[in-house]
Design a protein around this ligand. Structure first.
Ligand code: PLP
Length: 442
């Protein structure tokens, strides 16, 4: 075999070995089932199918159309809406389509969650108010004029009254809910009424919480006043890396469609559409069980950490209503360091987490590279079959590392031993050998 190809293969094998011995707690990640993987490895990955089902500009799309049609039907059923566009190739691309549909290029006004409090870079302006270049997608690509919602640090949520005032003064074209730090449902219902008064459209970026919404456990933005909901298909929704754009407004469909294709895409990664169709079928069957467990585990992990002196936030509200918890680690600043240092320390023990800004970090002079917080998510560990008692085990590993100062190399061995029982993906259909008939055949 070619040397570089062998090298690449070996690296991929090592990566798999690492993750088989690790505890994956990145809130934006999840894993796909064998049935989804098979669909993603089909011949669809070689093909082009520009346009809408039945109106392609390529030949050979007969079976691709059938699968994409099923994917749209299942998405509409899962999210209970009249329009599902499964072509956006990621959450950011779905957001761009939403900006195209509802804002004026160059200086159209959009109201978003503040970025340091959990808003996403794809909603952000090109420059911060102080002039620092951040190249946020909405500002860089669409030239939008961005204003921020008011945020209540104590509630870890948008402040509805103060934000209503901002909406009336700023008069945005688009109000966008949703973010990357997302513990509690946003006040969509209250603020959608204010949006109507100023003629704004309402968007909801469900990249993180889409699975929780589809399975009925978070909020229901399309019933609460959101005109459009966008999502990544691979966070709480355990699908391939892709996107979806949804609406329950029949009258918007003709506006929304061309703003995905031809406005943003040529081909739309058809193998992932096939994998996504399987994902929606899986979640219609298993989502109720799976996502309940995800949220229960997040609360249990918050509680177990809190009891061990690791400061999971929002104890008075049961820590979270989503798959995430946020931890304030500033009490370890003198002994270990801040978010970046702690991320590295626990990674030495094969616990994979991410550092995160706390809502008050910037005002207290902390930097996003080494912030005061951590964000943990339970989507992936739940999919591997973990439950409440494992949340206690995981909290114990954190205690050993952060409080008892145990050697991370020793904890790493314990983590590998613990992980042995969790090597199989749950909440999915069993695949038969027959399924392999449609794998790549060249
Ligand atoms: C992750 C995330 C996205 C980006 O999604 P991609 O699928 O990676 O493009 C968009 N919005 C929010 C709020 C996110 O957390």
């Amino acid at each position: 075999m070619n040397k570089r190809v062998e090298e690449i293969r070996n690296i991929l094998i090592e990566h798999n070995e690492l993750f088989s011995k690790s505890i994956p707690l990145i809130a934006s990640e999840n894993i796909t089932s064998p049935a989804v993987d098979e669909a993603c490895n089909s011949d669809f990955s070689h093909r082009y199918a520009e346009g809408w089902v039945g109106q392609r500009v390529y030949a050979g799309c007969k079976y691709i159309d059938l699968v994409e049609d099923i994917c749209m039907e299942l998405a509409k059923e899962y999210f209970n809406c009249v329009h599902a566009d499964v072509r956006p190739i990621s959450g950011v691309v779905a957001n761009l389509a939403m900006y195209n549909a509802f804002t004026s290029a160059n200086n159209g006004k959009m109201l978003i969650m503040p970025i340091p409090k959990g808003g996403h870079i794809s909603h952000a302006p090109k420059f911060t108010k102080s002039g620092m270049a951040i190249y946020g997608t909405a500002g860089t690509v669409r030239g939008l004029n961005i204003e921020y919602m008011a945020f209540n640090n104590d509630e870890m949520n948008i402040d509805p009254d103060a934000t209503a005032k901002i909406i009336r003064e700023f008069k945005p074209e688009l109000i966008l809910f949703g973010g990357s730090v997302f513990l509690f449902p946003h006040p969509v219902k209250e603020l959608s009424e204010v949006a109507k008064d100023v003629g704004a459209n309402v968007g909801y970026d469900a990249a993180h919480v889409a699975g929780l919404i589809g399975s009925g456990y978070f909020q229901d933005p399309l019933r609460e006043g959101a005109d459009v909901m966008t999502l990544s298909t691979h966070k709480t929704l355990p699908g391939p890396q892709h996107g979806t754009l949804l609406s329950d407004r029949e009258d918007l469909i003709d506006t929304l469609r061309p703003n995905v294709f031809p406005a943003l895409l040529s081909n739309h990664h058809l193998h992932n559409v096939a994998g996504l169709a399987v994902t929606y079928a899986e979640m219609l069957e298993f989502g109720k069980d799976y996502h309940k467990k995800v949220i229960d585990n997040a609360k249990a992990l918050g509680q177990a950490l809190y009891e061990r002196g690791i400061n999971a936030l929002m104890e008075h509200k049961n820590f979270t209503e989503s798959h995430q918890i946020v931890i304030d680690i500033t009490n370890f600043e003198k002994t270990i360091g801040l978010g970046g240092d702690i991320e590295r320390l626990v990674e030495e023990a094969n616990i994979i987490i991410n550092r995160n800004l706390l809502p008050w970090d910037i005002s207290q002079g902390r930097h996003y590279m080494n912030p005061g917080g951590l964000r943990l998510g339970t989507s992936e560990i739940t999919r591997l079959g973990m439950g409440k008692s494992e949340m206690v085990d995981i909290a114990e590993f954190f205690k050993e590392l952060l409080i008892n100062k145990k050697d991370p190399q020793k904890v790493k061995q314990e983590v590998a031993e613990f992980k042995k029982d969790f090597q199989e993906i749950k909440y999915c259909f069993q695949t038969s050998n027959k399924a392999y008939e449609y794998l790549k055949f060249y």
